[in-house]
Design a protein around this ligand. Structure first.
Ligand SMILES: Cc1cc2nc3c(=O)[nH]c(=O)nc-3n(C[C@H](O)[C@H](O)[C@H](O)COP(=O)(O)O)c2cc1C
Length: 194
């Protein structure tokens, strides 16, 4: 089977976001896996309106050209790794809107995640997993969580280093597990989709 095409989707768009640091780190980890060909997909490159279509693209083709470009982009991948910031115990509004802007293109695909925050972004990721069920997606059990001491150690906004190598011993095992599960589920779904 050819390599699995995986998008590392950056879910935060604010100018001073931390998200770029975990995104780059997990991109490198993913591309070190022989079965994976990963690239960054940045929501900043898709200035989507707040959802204003007549229906999701399950029921009617979308009219907004950015939404259509976004759907085509999502459709071109076998799976996803979401970079998950936790905003008020959930995912960012930007990521929720981007998820809503496509439907069929997410279907029967797998995803993993790297999440961060005081509690490792765990509450946001659980919300994302519930949304994924409605989108007919399969979540890996494992995920990378950058939490508490690790989070403050590497987050430049809190005086941290900006370098995930400083916490690699803590997060590398979960990245390995998440990527192994993503290869399994994304590969199984790709074969099943034919
Ligand atoms: C609107 C907002 C809400 C936040 N809510 C939470 C939260 O519920 N839990 C948490 O651990 N951190 C929370 N934070 C802190 C974020 O974890 C921190 O700002 C992180 O850098 C956000 O990701 P980003 O920089 O990639 O946007 C919040 C930050 C913002 C801007």
């Amino acid at each position: 089977m050819s390599k699995l095409k995986i998008a590392v989707i950056i879910g935060s768009t604010r100018p001073t976001r931390f998200a770029d640091i975990p995104a780059k780190w997990i991109l490198d980890q993913a591309n070190a896996v022989p079965e994976i060909e990963a690239e960054i997909v940045d929501l900043r490159d898709f200035p989507l309106p707040f959802f204003d279509e007549a229906a999701s693209n399950l029921w009617a083709p979308s009219q907004n050209e950015v939404a259509v470009a976004w759907q085509k982009k999502i459709a071109s991948y076998d799976g996803y790794i979401f970079v998950v910031a936790e905003y008020n115990h959930s995912i960012t509004g930007a990521l929720k809107n981007a998820l809503d802007q496509s439907y069929v293109d997410w279907n029967k695909k797998a995803f993993g995640a790297i999440a961060y925050g005081a509690m490792g972004g765990a509450r946001a990721l659980e919300h994302l997993r519930a949304i994924g069920i409605e989108l007919h997606m399969a979540s890996t059990r494992s995920a990378v969580h950058i939490a508490t001491g690790d989070f403050f150690k590497v987050h430049p906004g809190f005086g941290g280093s900006g370098n995930l190598a400083d916490i690699e011993a803590s997060i590398a095992p979960s990245a390995k597990a998440m990527l192994e599960e993503l290869v399994f589920w994304a590969g199984a779904a790709k074969a099943a989709r034919g």
